[in-house]
Design a binder for this molecule. Structure first.
Ligand SMILES: Nc1nc2c(c(=O)[nH]1)N[C@H]1C(S)=C(S)[C@@H](COP(=O)(O)O)O[C@H]1N2
Ligand SMILES: [Mo]
Length: 372
């Protein structure tokens, strides 16, 4: 179904060595906003501050007349209204979601695309029907190994006209521990248009591209899905010709609540001398979080931060903090997360052509003012 529209669509490319952020990247950055980092103070990101990424247009959708179909290799195809989904038993999950392109604009050379720095992450409480229950109700056929999710948005990407579509292995879709949800509610209210109204998939622990918004169709099939967003986009590649590895779960990352107060243009932080706390949040989709370490000397030495207990929200970020006595002068503050598989954030960029999964440690420039 993916058609080719070659001439009018921009191919993927890397920025030239000294090339600044251009007009096309600016246009994307103005549509797709990140979460202001001071909002890291909130355990659940307040409405409107959750980051947004939309490949094409936000579809104009009304709940009336919306149907979610479940079909393909199933014994009882379903066609459900939003009301029928809302009547089903619901689960609420607190989920930290991060765009796979988070950190892309810090890479050298820079893949030209949505130019995120580190702010494409947020946490919401999603309520909806476990996908597993819908697949069981439809009687997903034995032997079927893949589930394809289609959104109502439509566009062209690198010459390919398409609906936004992604797939998951059937085993993941059916796994009670994977907690995949068809959500109709975000933070206790209907989904806002930009977050997928009236229905979206939520795939906890995975980068955001898996959580298909404006979900209208779920198709069970035997063969792997080879559509654009699965086979061409969202793959780790060093060279354009490679098949590459698929982008899946979120790498570990820690971010700092910006200390003190900012300079308007440079965003350099100013603090007053004396004792204070460095704080932030950290997460990993690959495994549970194990530790966060902090450096106040640009990575020369590291101290373990105090990590908030994991609690019941296994898919959500965790707060961490560390006391610091700031002395006058310039400081570079850094934090790095490690998960229980021993995956630690790198201090050298993990580069790939798409600019995915760049969890290079964050460096925050802080100027501590003189006392008084
Ligand atoms: N239908 C559809 N679903 C989509 C997208 C999209 O463009 N269309 N973008 C994906 C990407 S790349 C991300 S990071 C998340 C962002 O979700 P949010 O905007 O609710 O934060 O949605 C995903 N789901
Ligand atoms: Mo994304």
């Amino acid at each position: 179904m993916d058609a080719r529209i070659g001439e009018v669509s921009t191919p993927a490319r890397l920025a030239a060595p000294a090339e600044g952020i251009g007009r096309e990247e600016l246009a994307l950055a103005a549509r797709n906003h990140g979460m202001p980092l001071e909002a890291l103070r909130h355990e659940v990101t307040p409405p409107g501050l959750h980051y947004v990424l939309v490949h094409y247009d936000i579809p104009y959708a009304t709940a009336e007349g919306w149907r979610l179909t479940v079909r393909g290799r199933v014994r009882r195809p379903l066609s459900l209204t939003v009301g029928e989904l809302r009547e089903r038993p619901a689960t609420t999950l607190r989920v930290t979601m991060e765009c796979a392109g988070n950190g892309r604009a810090r890479l050298e050379p820079r893949p030209v695309s949505q130019p995120w720095l580190v702010e494409a992450v947020s946490t919401a409480e999603w309520t909806g029907v476990p996908l597993r229950l819908l697949l069981e109700e439809a009687g997903a056929g034995p032997g079927s190994a893949h589930v394809v999710f289609t959104g109502a948005d439509h566009g062209v990407e690198r010459g390919v006209e398409q609906d936004y579509r992604r797939s998951l292995p059937l085993a993941t879709a059916l796994d009670p521990a994977a907690d995949v949800l068809v959500a109709h509610t975000m933070n206790g209210a209907p989904l806002p248009p930009q977050h997928g109204f009236p229905l979206r998939l939520v795939v906890p622990g995975w980068y955001g591209m898996a959580s298909v918004k404006w979900l209208r169709d779920v198709q069970v099939q035997d063969s792997p899905f080879t559509g654009f967003q699965q086979a061409e986009a969202y793959r780790f590649r060093q060279d354009p010709g490679e098949e590459g590895e698929p982008v899946t779960v979120m790498a570990p990352r820690a971010l700092l609540v910006p200390p003190g107060f900012p300079d308007f243009m440079s965003r350099t932080r100013f603090v007053r001398p004396g004792p204070q706390r460095i704080e932030g949040r950290a997460w990993s989709g690959a495994a549970a979080l194990a530790a966060v370490e902090v450096s106040t000397d640009d990575g020369r030495s590291w101290r373990p931060a105090e990590l908030e207990p994991g609690g019941p929200h296994r898919w959500a970020w965790r707060g961490w903090s560390l006391p610091w006595t700031a002395g006058p002068g310039r400081h570079v503050l850094t934090a790095r997360a490690t998960d229980e598989q021993g995956w630690t954030q790198p201090v050298l960029q993990p580069w790939n052509r798409g600019g995915f999964g760049n969890n290079l440690v964050q460096r925050v420039d802080v100027v501590c003012l003189e006392a008084g």
